[in-house]
Structure formats: C-alpha cells, structure tokens
Design a protein around this ligand. Structure first.
Ligand code: UD1
Length: 426
C-alpha cells in the first residue's frame, strides 16, 4: 500500500518550473480509436498514468500489440482476438466503455461490462447505448454485461439529451466506419473530444464541425495509421495553477494550452492570483496575500470544469468570506468535503451546493482519497495545512497525475510517497 506524506505549512510558497503531461482524458479515447484500423497508430506526449496502463491491458486482451518509448506509444491491432471488456477493467476505469463504439464499427460485436455506480455518482451510459442503437446496433443485457451486435452500422441523426464527453467520443468513433452520413447534435465540445476528432481525420475519417455542437460524419470503408500528438492536460495544469495561488507562490507551467483553460484562468484571476501567458505554451501564476471568495458553477466546456471543482474548494477555504460551489455535472461529487472538514475547513453541503466559509487555518491529518480529483484536492490542502498530512488510497491519484509528488517536490514542497512497510518502521 502506498501513501503520500506531506509536511505542510501556510508559509511555504511553491516556486519554480513544472512541465505538464499529456491529457489523460485525451489519450484514453485516442488509444480506443486504434481499434478502428489494422495499421499502427503513434501517439506522442502520452502521460504515464495508471489509467493509460489499464486501457492498454484491455487493448492487449482485445489483441493489440504496443510499445512505449518515453512518452510515445505505438499501438496496432492487426486482428481483433476478443471483443470483451471485463467487469474488473471497467470497474477500475469507466472509460473502458470507449471500446464499445470502435469494436462495433470494426468487429460487428462487443461485450462490455455495465459500469455500475462509482464514487462520484451513478454515471449511466444510456446516451451511448441510445446513440449506437440509432446506428443499428442491438443490445442485450446478460449477467451484468452489455452484449452489442451490428452487422453494419448505418448513419443516423442523433441528438444527445445531455452533453456527454464519453458518449460523443463513442458515437463519433462508431460513425467514422458507418455506412452513410451521421449527424450528431448537442455534442460535448471539450478539447479532448476535438483532439480525438483530429486524430480520426488524420486516420482518414470525414468529420465536419469539429469542436462544435453539431458534427457531421461521412462514413468511410476503412481507416489507416497515423502519428498524433496528445494535448496537454488542462486539469493537471489547473491543479498546479491552484497550487501556486494557494501557497502564494510563483510557478511557471511549461507545455500548456492556455486557450483550453480560459474559465479556470478567469476564476483564478478573480480570486486575486496573477496569471500570465508567457509565449504560446507557458503560464506563470503568482499568488496574492488576499484570496477573494467567489461562486462557481460547474458546466460542460467551455464552462468551469467539474474536474477542477475539488481543487478550487481548497482555495476557497483560504478566501476571506463565503464562496458557493454548485456542482451540476455529477451527483455525489462532494465526497472530499468530509476529508477537508477533518483538516479544519468550514464547509456545508446542501444538495448540489457546497458553502465554504473562509478563511480557516488547516491542520494536517490522516485522510483518505475517494476519487481522482478528490485526491488532488487533499494534496493541495496538505501543502498549506500545518504539520503532517497523510493521504491513503493514493492509487486514485496515480490514475490521472504523472509523478505529482516529484513535480511538487521540484517546486519546493515537502512531499514523499511512502509504502506501508516504511510507514510501519517509523
Ligand atoms: C468525462 C471525463 C471526466 C469528466 C467528465 C465531465 C474522461 C475519461 N472522463 O467523463 O473526467 O469529469 O467527462 O466533464 O474523459 N450521462 C448520462 N448518460 C450517459 C452518459 C453520461 O446521463 O450515457 C451523464 C453523466 O452521468 C453526467 C453527465 O452526463 O451527469 C456528463 O457525463 P460525461 O460527459 O459522459 O462524463 P464521462 O465521459 O464519463
């Protein structure tokens, strides 16, 4: 068992430079897209995070061969050997359902475990299934698995009832090899969806309206190999921006896409931090002595990302006054609140709203991470909490952050990863 130990202090500004990794949420669909061709796909700037290794395990089971060289991945599936995503893998990582659309399109069948509940809400996949049904797929549910079949997918007009990132990605991938034209309405516009579409176009797909709410996809008979660069992780970058603001530090973030982070940057500036764009792909954040309270409502891109909500909550515990966060994307996404309360925060949750009263000094404690972004919020809180903070269940953090403790240490944080054995010797 691994844990993170942080020796925090309200007076230890983080300073220096950090390089942001490729986006976890962009690389996962890109890897799933390799199912759409027999040729090799080369992905550059991949983050070496646990979710990437989980999807690669799944891809190997499906028949893929791959190699990783630094942050480059070469993957090819000459023959699909199996068409099943097991419960163990889907449970470990919900994004495993991204193989459903490509498997149906290339192989005509797929068996994928139904994800079930997860720490941040029920997260159904009905919109994925309704869309694929409109393309001609048939589904049955047996023993917790969705069995999907389609002789040949056919283009259709599909309007999502609600914006869904994974749903849009699954449908756009399936539509690339469907017969005729597919029109997708009310698509998610996240940069990760755009990054996937750009990859598909390089593979030979015909997609109009990339990055817009309506996309038109003209099905082609086959797709080929290509090289594709994964965009920088806007959530990892946002987490480091909050770290700079929270610790009143001065951090340069290299290899970022500021244009993907406008709402996050706007909110940080409003809180009092100075955020500057230095050149095309670098940001500098300088924290201010006074942090201003503010209200935040999460919403689909380009709105404020739900994946930044927990990190901003920590910042608000240090604001002078009351802030309200309204979470509109996921139910039960306030599980980190109980852990923050243990560190001394003053937060009340009423339905989809968290009311944060600042400024409260935080004091270190043993905590347990409940999900990926909740773990990031505990790391941030640990940086400014007086004394020792231990974060258990660090595997959540490893799902989406590449070497976060090394990156923070480089900026001056006192943070280390410990194993249970080492902990016992203390
Ligand atoms: C993706 C991101 C996740 C992010 C989320 C919202 C990946 C791997 N994960 O998750 O980090 O927090 O977008 O930005 O990219 N919904 C339905 N039915 C469906 C699908 C979704 O009701 O069939 C609902 C969900 O329960 C949620 C909302 O739609 O309330 C948005 O979910 P969605 O955008 O699909 O999230 P994910 O793709 O799972």
């Amino acid at each position: 068992m691994e844990k993170i130990r942080i020796l925090g202090s309200p007076d230890r500004p983080l300073r220096g430079q950090v390089t942001i990794s490729g986006a976890k949420n962009a690389v996962l669909p890109a890897i799933a897209a390799s199912l759409l061709t027999q040729d090799e796909i080369h992905l550059t700037n991949i983050p070496l995070v646990k979710d990437v290794f989980t999807i690669l395990t799944l891809m190997s089971e499906l028949g893929a061969e791959y190699k990783i060289n630094g942050n480059c991945l070469t993957i090819a599936i000459r023959n699909v050997l199996c068409h099943e995503a097991s419960y163990q893998l889907v449970r470990a990582m919900r994004a495993s359902i991204l193989v459903l659309g490509p498997l149906l399109a290339r192989h005509g069948k797929a068996v994928v475990a139904l994800p079930g509940g997860c720490a941040i809400g029920s997260r159904p996949i009905d919109l994925h299934l309704h869309g694929l049904e409109k393309l001609g797929a048939n589904f049955t549910l047996e023993h917790g698995y969705i069995k999907a079949e389609a002789k040949k997918l056919r283009g259709a007009v599909i309007e999502f009832d609600k914006k869904t990132v994974g749903g849009t990605e699954n449908l756009v991938m399936a539509a690339t090899l469907a017969q005729g034209e597919t029109i997708l309405k009310n698509c998610a516009q996240e940069p990760e969806v755009t990054n996937l579409c750009e990859l598909l176009i390089k593979m030979g797909a015909k997609i109009d309206g990339v990055g817009e709410e309506i996309m038109r996809i003209k099905g082609v008979s086959e797709l080929g190999g290509t090289i594709h660069d994964i965009i920088p992780d806007r959530i990892e970058a946002g987490t480091f921006l909050v770290a700079g603001a929270l610790t009143k530090g001065d951090i340069y973030l290299n290899r970022v896409r500021p244009d993907h982070m406008t709402t996050t940057i706007e909110k940080l500036r409003y809180s009092g931090a100075k955020v500057e764009e230095i050149g095309r792909d670098c940001l500098r954040v300088q924290g201010s002595e006074e942090i201003k309270p503010q209200d935040i409502i999460t919403s689909p891109y380009p709105g404020f990302p739900t994946d930044m909500q927990a990190q901003f909550m920590v910042l608000m515990t240090q604001a002078n006054g009351t802030s309200i966060i309204t979470e509109t994307i996921f139910d039960r996404r306030f599980l980190h609140v109980n852990e923050l309360l243990r560190l001394g925060a003053n937060i009340e949750v009423h339905g989809d709203k968290a009311i944060i009263k600042g400024k409260t000094p935080l004091s270190g404690a043993e905590t347990t991470a409940t999900d990926l972004r909740a773990s990031a919020c505990l790391v941030l809180a640990g940086l400014i909490a007086k004394g020792e903070t231990i974060i258990n269940d660090v595997e959540h953090l490893d799902r989406g952050y590449e070497r976060i403790e090394d990156k923070l240490k480089q900026l001056g944080a006192s943070i280390e990863r410990i194993t249970t054995e080492k902990e016992e010797k203390r």
